[in-house]
Design a protein around this ligand. Structure first.
Ligand code: NAD
Length: 421
């Protein structure tokens, strides 16, 4: 494979576009509508001047891509990482449009990011970067326009800073301007666990199809941040056997099952899973290829590619991360009979509870954790069934089924609104 081919395979945008193209062909969507839905509505590039702790002025590049607003305001995370690119934002923003449509919530898709290395930044520097980024994109965000949320290396604190900066500019407190906020600032019960919980709910549904019990089911989780650690904890508590976890530093593996509560305590202290005494060391890519029933990538994109897909032994792939599998790897997994629960379905629990948070903020009336979890369960099960049935009806795999269902829903709204007159 040439370098160019490899770069193309690893591009999130290219993966999204490849699946989109297959789905629109199957849907027989007309050319103009296809062009419209393939292209982001708006791409914002900002250059953020920030005074660092050492007194020097630094300039960071930031992006916000808004893909589509046909079904409602844009919704999507903001990530901080050294390798953030506009191309990646484009792919992830489109995926957000499709994700919101798969779970049938009234949002379009967006994604934002800042090119920076959060591990090398102080809390003060991160706060100044966040506030300036917010000020730069202020005209384009807000509860009715575009509602940011946490993603890689951003968290409740980041959302609190964005909400505060937005509120200062519009001169009143607007809690519905972001989701994933701390509970005391208009956050929702259950949001922190929502993506991991959603992953478990859809995995439960897959087990039902295979007539398998949780207790007989081994799980490997790559990524131990918000999504990975919550998924591992909830699945462990529900009876699954978590046999391996990894983060950016490396992994830990125990075929007899890891003691997840002890692991969580260990991570609290050491900030990494590496070195946990309850299992053997393993590489963070090697872990993907171990024998297991469920593989749950919850770290970063393009980790399952044409280079390693034929070594994946899992029967069920629950995509906690966004775009962890490249388009060429899809075909290999399909041929090998892996039951893929695609990202736009599997990790949609996060955006679903973000939707609940936005609704609660706008109502000024907050739900109990039980209500949140029950409603999340209802939406995730319905979406799982919609996707799987759609796939069976049209003779396509779950990934293409999810794309077809989502594109169909957005296209229908576009036609109703008459944008495409
Ligand atoms: P996070 O920053 O909290 O955690 C990321 C984890 O992945 C960390 O443990 C990190 O060490 C690990 N990691 C990074 N690169 C790795 C690598 N190469 N190998 C192994 N581990 C690696 O991020 P998060 O919020 O948990 O998000 C994880 C993924 O889930 C991202 O793809 C994100 O877009 C997606 N996602 C997150 C949410 C959410 O609600 N947070 C919702 C939907 C999708």
């Amino acid at each position: 494979m040439s370098n160019m081919e490899r770069d193309k395979e690893l591009s999130v945008y290219e993966s999204m576009a490849a699946r989109f193209d297959v789905a629109v062909k199957k849907l027989n969507l007309d050319e103009g509508l296809t062009k419209y839905l393939r292209t982001p509505n708006r791409e914002i590039v900002v250059h953020i001047p920030v005074v660092m702790d050492n007194g020097k002025l630094e300039v960071f590049d930031g992006f916000r891509v808004q893909h589509n607003i046909a079904r409602g305001p844009c919704k999507g995370g903001v990530r901080y990482a050294p390798n953030v690119t506009l191309d990646e934002m484009r792919g992830l923003a489109a995926e957000m449009t499709w994700k919101c449509a798969v779970v049938n919530i009234p949002f379009g898709g967006a994604k934002g990011g800042i090119v920076c290395d959060p591990q090398k930044l102080s809390a003060g520097e991160l706060e100044r970067i966040t506030r300036r980024y917010t000020a730069e994109i202020l005209d384009y965000i807000g509860p009715e326009r575009d509602v940011p949320a946490p993603d890689m290396n951003t968290n409740e604190q980041t959302m609190a800073w964005i909400m505060d900066t937005y509120s200062m500019h519009v001169r009143h407190t607007v809690t519905a301007s972001v989701t994933g906020k701390p509970l005391d600032l208009g956050g929702s019960h259950g949001r922190r666990e929502a993506t991991g919980r959603g992953c478990m709910i859809v995995t439960d549904q897959a087990l039902k199809r295979f007539g398998r019990q949780r207790e007989q089911t081994r799980v490997i989780v790559q990524g131990f941040g918000n999504v990975g650690s919550q998924a591992a904890r909830l699945m462990y508590e529900a009876g699954y056997k978590i046999i391996g976890v990894a983060d950016i530093n490396g992994g830990v593996f125990n075929p007899h099952g890891l003691d997840v509560p002890a692991l969580l305590e260990f991570v609290e202290q050491s900030k990494t899973v590496q070195g946990f005494p309850g299992g053997e060391r393993i590489g963070n890519m090697e872990i993907l290829e171990q024998d297991t029933e469920v593989l749950l990538p919850a770290a970063t994109e393009s980790v399952i590619t044409s280079a390693n897909a034929n070594r994946i032994k899992a029967r069920i792939l629950t995509e906690g991360a966004n775009s962890p599998t490249t388009a060429p790897a899809d075909d290999i997994l399909f041929e090998r009979g892996v039951f893929v629960i695609p990202d736009i379905l599997a990790n949609a629990g996060g955006v679903t509870v973000s939707y609940f948070e936005w609704v609660q903020d706008r109502q000024g009336y907050f739900w109990t954790e039980g209500m949140v979890n029950e409603r999340l369960h209802h939406i995730m099960v319905a979406a799982f069934n919609d996707v799987v049935r759609y796939g069976e009806k049209h003779g396509v795999n779950n990934r293409i089924a999810a794309y077809m269902l989502a594109i169909d829903r957005v296209a229908f709204t576009v036609k109703l609104r008459g944008i495409y007159a």
